[in-house]
Design a protein around this ligand. Structure first.
Ligand SMILES: Nc1ncnc2c1ncn2[C@@H]1O[C@H](COP(=O)(O)OP(=O)(O)OP(=O)(O)O)[C@@H](O)[C@H]1O
Ligand SMILES: [Mg+2]
Length: 236
């Protein structure tokens, strides 16, 4: 196998987001394929807004500068659906009019044409998160944690090129949390995906075994703090 190209992974170059003219945060980083950068910070420090910017969903109320580069391609002005970035929110958003299996099948790229292969992938994904037998269920009948697991698998089945996780494990109990977290990290590594993980839980950061970047408000007075640029090393 050839060596990983230097430009592989996710680069946030001079990314700065402002709200009402006041700087919220600034970040420079390179997340190599298969590595996880943990983002922590107080509520309101801009963690979700950072992910929104990377995914291409930042609301117009914010002003942003800087570039998002994925595997050498500048995505800054590419529409969100064309970025192929998987985003997982705090609350899982499953399609209510579809069964659990249909939710998963919907995410599988059209390039995989065989019906039986698609079905097998979706069933395996359910099995991977301890939900074998839940295929025909209406998502509304699942617990919050079960919905989270389905939503995570749906995000991964879409074969994203990078993964953005916004407190995705917060609805899971302690044991399930560790299992699902390990599975997501393992799949991200296996698929060489760079991952940005927002969490309030230091254990998530420790499990990610990468670097942690803090967005914070040390200077008080609202959104006034800048964090020094930080580069994630590729050799950990
Ligand atoms: N649509 C909006 N209009 C105006 N201000 C907004 C909007 N969305 C978010 N904000 C503000 O932007 C700032 C950053 O919000 P953001 O959701 O990114 O924070 P966060 O770090 O993800 O917080 P949490 O940990 O609570 O999820 C906050 O001060 C928030 O009030
Ligand atoms: Mg948030």
């Amino acid at each position: 196998m050839s060596a990983t190209p230097a430009h592989a992974g996710l680069v946030l170059e001079g990314v700065s987001v402002r709200l009402d003219g006041a700087p919220l945060f600034k970040i420079d980083c390179h997340i190599p394929p298969g590595q996880i950068l943990t983002i922590m910070g107080e509520s309101g420090s801009g963690k979700s807004s950072l992910l929104d910017f990377v995914a291409g969903f930042l609301r117009p109320v914010f002003e942003a500068t800087g570039r998002v580069i994925l595997n050498g391609e500048d995505l800054t002005h590419v529409p969100a659906p064309e970025r192929h970035i998987g985003l997982m929110f705090q609350s899982p958003l499953l399609f209510p009019h579809m069964s659990v299996l249909q939710n998963l099948l919907f995410a599988i790229p059209p390039a995989i044409k065989s019906r039986s292969e698609r079905r097998q992938l979706a069933l395996q994904a359910l099995d991977d998160v301890g939900l074998a037998g839940f295929s025909d269920r209406d998502p509304a009948t699942l617990s919050g944690g079960q919905q989270t697991r389905v939503a995570l698998m749906r995000t991964l089945l879409a074969e994203p090129k990078a993964l953005l996780l916004d407190e995705p494990f917060s609805s899971l109990d302690q044991n399930r949390r560790a299992d699902v977290r390990d599975l997501v990290f393992r799949l991200a590594r296996k698929n060489h995906l760079p991952v940005l993980l927002v969490t309030h839980d230091a254990e998530d950061g420790a499990a990610a075994s990468g670097m942690t970047h803090y967005l914070n408000k040390e200077q008080g007075g609202g959104c006034s703090t800048f964090k020094q640029p930080r580069v994630v090393s590729g050799d950990q």
